[in-house]
Design a protein around this ligand. Structure first.
Ligand SMILES: Cc1cc2nc3c(=O)[nH]c(=O)nc-3n(C[C@H](O)[C@H](O)[C@H](O)COP(=O)(O)OP(=O)(O)OC[C@H]3O[C@@H](n4cnc5c(N)ncnc54)[C@H](O)[C@@H]3O)c2cc1C
Ligand code: SF4
Length: 516
């Protein structure tokens, strides 16, 4: 087999005798990257770039897992400690629903994580097979089996604990809030989620573009939670429309999952000119159906021939890629989209894959430059961006070499639209209304530890970006799951949180739905 399979080089399970494969042979199965939309076509739509595996490809890719001895590096590398090797084996055996349930046992949003986690620095970054060839494509397989389950069998049916009569208010419906809602609903508590945007979902909906994550996935999850009695109250800003203290008075416990939504300012002349956007406003107006936006935002962002994005993280890549789609969709084939970043490409914090996608789609990059001013025309609209060249100096606290301005190097470039993607900070509104609530760096909520999420106010918990600062979906879910266990113990007056069974769905769900 070891000689035969690589020679045939086929991604065809019919050619593999999976029962016979040893670790060496598995490690030498050629990797099968999932197909993508052609860059020339995908700039004309906001659909997901990855087209996903088909069944045969998924089975062969899963067979590349060599089932490392415990502790498996991929499990250690995953913040949720998903049991990846077991899921890989089940996929290989065409038991897709069971594989999906292995992911669901430790994750509230495996179809999201499978798509947008930076796997190269988490599970796949730890995968032993990467020593031979490309790591097992764990993320795309996670997405494959959980999509398969939703499409063929639906979300798994839960066994819900007997009603406790306790009521919980959750503020924010991002990954953190939704995970706490799901966990505590299963524990038999009554859940009400308050959300400021017109629809639930947090940044998964109001931020991350459709070409990375189909929005219907979140809508399906919300509908499913509603079926189990979770109530979503949207268009409601806690701290303004309803006081946090009112929630604390009316509910038995409250969870804060409000994220870190305030876009950092450039603090430069001309920042308030027309045509200068903050990343989130630009992304939601570019990506979402207008009826899903608040009335004041219901218009597409402006498009220009020269569109500039400032920043080097994932948000900046989302902005350049949305910009080029807007240009191309309106027939502006000679439009230029440029990302300006103050360090070199090597120091860019965002995912390499996203950068590569952006380049394939025609985005230009200018490195070692920082903005110094935005210049406007007679109508008060931005028309030029003034930049200064930078050189790399000594490493800073993050370990990356810090950019130093090069004297006398200023220059101007045309810019009809500028999007600022300079990172995010917490929103102080709620904290300001509750002075006795302890806060930490930049106003992030202070919690006892991330294993409880308990704030200094009894019954008030927090997790996600409002505790960690802007981070990842998977880390928000992980902390939220810990907070949910601690909240359940609080609501039941227990000293130690109850544990979940390891495979909560296996007995109840349609695990027997066969793959063709
Ligand atoms: C453009 C962009 C792209 C990203 N891409 C990725 C990626 O590819 N992969 C990845 O892992 N992570 C990515 N992230 C980060 C990820 O989205 C966040 O880390 C994650 O969503 C944090 O979850 P959360 O639940 O803590 O907060 P959020 O998702 O921010 O959810 C908070 C929710 O609380 C609501 N809210 C806030 N204040 C109030 C209030 N006072 N009253 C009521 N509701 C309120 C907000 O409207 C929001 O819906 C990206 C972030 C951005 C901005
Ligand atoms: S590290 Fe890679 S090869 Fe090892 S068990 Fe995990 S997925 Fe399989």
């Amino acid at each position: 087999m070891s000689e035969m399979y690589p020679k045939r080089g086929a991604q065809d399970p019919a050619l593999l005798d999976l029962d016979e494969l040893d670790r060496y042979e598995r490690a030498h199965i050629p990797p099968g990257p999932p197909p993508k939309q052609d860059p020339r076509l995908r700039v004309l739509n906001f659909d997901e770039v990855f087209l996903g595996y088909d069944q045969e490809q998924a089975i062969v890719e899963a067979a590349r897992c060599i089932h490392c001895p415990s502790p498996e590096p991929c499990i250690l590398g995953c913040p949720l400690h998903n049991d990846i090797p077991t899921a890989m084996l089940l996929i290989e055996q065409k038991r897709f629903v069971e594989a999906a349930n292995v992911f669901r046992a430790t994750s509230n949003m495996p179809e999201v994580c499978g798509r947008i986690c930076p796997q190269e620095s988490l599970c796949e970054g730890s995968c032993t097979v990467a020593g031979y060839d490309r790591a097992v494509n764990i993320g795309k397989l996670e997405a494959y089996c959980t999509d398969w389950q939703r499409q063929h069998a639906g979300f798994p049916n839960y066994h819900i604990a007997r009603s406790t009569g306790r009521r919980v208010a959750i503020v924010g419906s991002g990954p953190a809030g939704m995970s706490v809602a799901e966990e505590l609903m299963r524990d038999g508590h009554e859940i009400v989620v308050y959300e400021e945007w017109p629809k639930p979902g947090g940044l998964n909906v109001y931020g991350i573009p459709g070409f990375k994550l189909f929005k219907h996935i979140i809508a399906e999850k919300v509908a499913w939670l509603e079926r189990y009695g979770v109530k979503f109250i949207c268009n409601t800003r806690v701290g303004k429309d309803i006081a946090l203290q009112t929630l604390l008075d009316e509910y038995d416990a409250v969870f804060l999952g409000i994220g870190a939504p305030i876009g950092n300012k450039a603090k430069l002349p001309g920042e308030n000119l027309k045509g200068v956007y903050q990343a989130t406003e630009f992304l939601v107006r570019a990506n979402l159906p207008l009826q899903d936006l608040p009335v004041r935002m219901r218009a597409r962002p402006e498009i220009g021939k020269h569109m500039a994005v400032i920043g080097g993280g994932d948000t900046s890549m989302d902005c350049v890629r949305s910009s080029i789609r807007l240009q191309r969709q309106t027939g502006m084939t000679d439009g230029v989209v440029t990302d300006y970043y103050r360090r070199t490409e090597r120091e860019m914090p965002g995912r390499e894959e996203e950068r590569m996608h952006a380049k394939q789609e025609g985005v230009q990059f200018e490195f070692l430059v920082a903005p110094v001013a935005f210049h406007g025309d007679e109508n008060g609209h931005v028309c030029e961006l003034e930049l200064q060249r930078m050189a790399l100096g000594a490493p800073d606290a993050s370990g990356r070499r810090s950019p130093q301005p090069v004297e006398g190097s200023n220059f101007r470039v045309p810019a009809d639209i500028v999007v600022l993607a300079l990172g995010y900070s917490p929103d102080p509104t709620i904290g300001d209304t509750m002075p006795n609530l302890e806060k930490g760096w930049k106003g992030l909520f202070k919690v006892e530890t991330e294993f409880t999420g308990a704030t200094n106010i009894p019954g008030l918990y927090a997790a996600g970006d409002d505790v960690r600062g802007a981070d990842l979906v998977v880390t928000a879910i992980a902390a939220a799951r810990h907070a949910a266990r601690a909240m359940d113990a609080y609501l039941r007056n227990l000293d130690t949180p109850l544990k979940r069974e390891s495979l909560p769905f296996a007995l109840e769900q349609n695990a027997a739905v066969p793959a063709e």
